[in-house]
Design a protein around this ligand. Structure first.
Ligand code: NAD
Length: 366
């Protein structure tokens, strides 16, 4: 375990859009972080990002980061399938990893990553930032209280409505840096071996977006042990628009998915009891001082009138909160709220969702 008073010696691998717009500035700003190095396949871009943020060591590959004995923790964001392989190499080299979702595109890769975590001395957290939003944490506290006390009766349904829109609405146009560097050759793909070729792109599209929403519902409903099961899949031929019904610990949980051209971010989660509901409305993702807002509705009973209250938790940026929590957990040894072990269950659910969807479609087998 790292010493609470010591800074975490940190590096970052992959300096593309998400790294520059979100993670590098967020980690750089934390007093607990000693930002020592970055690695970027586009060398010129790597040098320019390092210069912008005053990061002393610039590498071209994650293997160089893995071999740097001064580094104890690494952030990773790279192409979907590649980032799981990079993370696994780093964990096997003994580096703690904070990585972007999806942790893996296949259950086999996710299992291999979890095995690496269990075998080695390194830990892995996945960047499911919604679990760090103070508004979502407030909903979770109410939900736990209502379930423990029984005051609102039976828990009837949880639903997440994720119709997206423009996730970078109001992002700073000066970040990221433009680059004329040639992109690295595409990494070899990784797909579940049972997945029809025709469904590969939509599988990736669905997984990479709605993994957040499934992960959040599992968090609200305490599914750390991965008991959630896929009940019903009803997606359009685009493989994204529609409904998925999960059973999470005996509660029906619905994921409503679709893309709209909404200018901001349209997402909310609502948990219904017989005697009321809890609801969070997600902020625009690039708003750096806005938490999800929370609505608590209690039905009237025994002569009491109904009550509907709106809560505005302290302003925060969930992406910054997750960076702080990663460093805090490394310093204290506390468990991650979005660990590799927990995320394994999301990857399994997505294979199960798409297995059902594939069975409803026709297409050539790989
Ligand atoms: N949590 C969120 O809200 C959120 C939002 C968007 C994207 N993401 C995730 O972030 C990841 C990255 O997305 P992005 O938009 O930044 O992509 P990007 O293509 O802009 O950046 C990826 C970077 O990795 C570099 N790279 C590729 N191979 C490399 C290697 N072997 N070693 C070092 N660097 C390498 C590329 O040159 C590129 O600069 C994706 O997996 C995506 O799922 C998360």
């Amino acid at each position: 375990m790292a010493d609470r008073n010591n800074k975490i010696r940190f590096a970052y691998v992959g300096c593309g859009f998400v790294a520059q717009t979100i993670h590098i500035p967020n980690f750089r700003a934390q007093p607990e972080c000693e930002f020592l190095a970055l690695a970027e396949a586009r060398r010129d871009l790597g040098r320019r990002v390092a210069a912008r943020y005053g990061i002393p060591r610039v590498y071209g590959t994650h293997e160089e980061v893995a071999a740097d004995p001064d580094i104890e923790a690494v952030g990773v964001s790279a192409p979907y399938a590649l980032q799981g392989r990079i993370a696994e190499d780093l964990v096997r080299a003994g580096k703690h990893v904070f990585m972007e979702k999806p942790m893996a595109v296949t259950l086999a890769r996710a299992e291999s990553l979890v095995a690496a975590v269990r075998q080695g001395g390194a830990r892995l957290m996945v960047g499911y930032m919604k679990r760090y939003d103070p508004g979502n944490l407030a909903l979770k506290r109410h939900l736990d209280e209502w379930r423990a006390s029984g005051e609102a009766g039976r828990l009837l349904l949880a639903r997440n409505h994720g119709f997206g829109g423009n996730w970078v609405y109001a992002a700073d146009p000066n970040v990221p840096l433009d680059t004329s560097d040639e992109a690295p050759p595409p990494a070899p793909d990784e797909y579940p071996d049972w997945l029809p070729i025709a469904l590969r792109q939509s599988y990736l599209g669905y997984l990479q977006q709605w993994t957040h929403n499934v992960n959040l519902l599992r968090f609200f409903l305490d599914d750390a042990e991965g008991k959630a099961r896929v009940a019903t899949v009803q997606l359009d031929p685009d493989g994204m628009t529609g409904l998925v019904v999960l059973d999470i610990g005996g509660t029906r949980a619905v994921v409503e998915s679709g893309y709209t051209r909404f200018h901001g971010w349209e997402e909310h989660t609502q948990v219904y009891f017989e005697g009321g509901w809890l609801r969070t409305q997600a902020p625009n993702l690039m708003h750096k001082e806005t938490s999800a807002s929370v609505e608590v509705y209690r039905a009237g009973h025994d002569g009491q009138p109904p009550r509907r209250t709106q809560e505005f938790p302290p302003p925060a940026w969930s992406y910054r909160e997750e960076a702080k929590d990663f460093l805090h957990c490394l310093q204290t040894g506390e468990p991650f709220r979005s660990s590799a072990e927990d995320t394994l269950h999301d990857v399994r659910l997505f294979e199960d969702i798409y297995r059902q969807f594939a069975a409803q479609q026709e297409g050539p087998r790989p």
